[in-house]
Design a protein around this ligand. Structure first.
Ligand code: IMP
Length: 179
């Protein structure tokens, strides 16, 4: 792994592809244990979670369904922007065990809105699994049940995560350099 430039920013290797894989192994083992016989519905949050979802489900030995949603964001008159809708959720999840798959949980705003939106569909249970979690940035009281890797509050790319559209294809995780 060596440094990469994406648009105007430079990134350096931070977590190897092998360590990312080992962390996903652990999440998969926990889900195989906790959801045996429950046939959960895994809901990947696009775009970033495509990598985590693919790597995770190939390690699952339990019966499960996989689907994806997009979170619509509305940038109205408020400068902060607000997200509030799940696009593409066609499966009936009423009474089902749902596992939300996130690429990264940062402030937790996205998780908050997904949880609020899912509640209207009356699932039997909802858990959240994230490839990456930034505990220092997190502002919600919702528990992130399954975290593959905790990282400090710095901007990262790779393994599905992008900087302005680039970097999702990079294996492993890269962090932004100080320059
Ligand atoms: P949150 O709503 O603040 O938790 O942010 C979650 C979303 O912000 C993620 O799904 C990513 O799309 C994006 N994001 C947050 N931190 C990073 C990062 O370090 N790299 C790339 N995208 C990030």
């Amino acid at each position: 792994m060596s440094r990469v430039r994406l648009h105007d920013k430079e990134f350096e290797p931070y977590i190897s592809e092998r360590d990312v894989a080992a962390a996903i192994d652990k999440v998969a083992a926990d889900l195989n244990r906790d959801f045996a016989g429950k046939r959960p519905v895994l809901i990947g949050v696009l775009n970033g979670a495509f990598f985590f979802a693919a790597e995770l489900v190939k390690r699952l030995t339990i019966e499960c369904e996989v689907t994806f949603v997009k979170v619509a964001s509305y940038h109205g008159t408020r400068s902060s922007g607000k997200v509030s809708d799940l696009i593409g959720l066609s499966e009936r999840i009423e009474g089902r065990h749902v596992i939300v798959l996130e690429d990264i949980v940062d402030t937790g705003g996205t998780v908050r809105h997904i949880m609020d939106a899912l509640r209207d569909h009356h699932p039997a249970s909802v858990r959240i699994a994230a490839l990456l979690f930034k505990p220092e940035a997190y502002k919600q009281d919702i528990r992130i049940d399954h975290v593959a890797l905790e990282i400090p509050n710095a901007f990262v790319v790779g393994s599905g995560l992008d900087h302005d559209g680039l970097g999702r294809n990079l294996p492993g995780i890269y962090t932004i350099t100080a320059s």
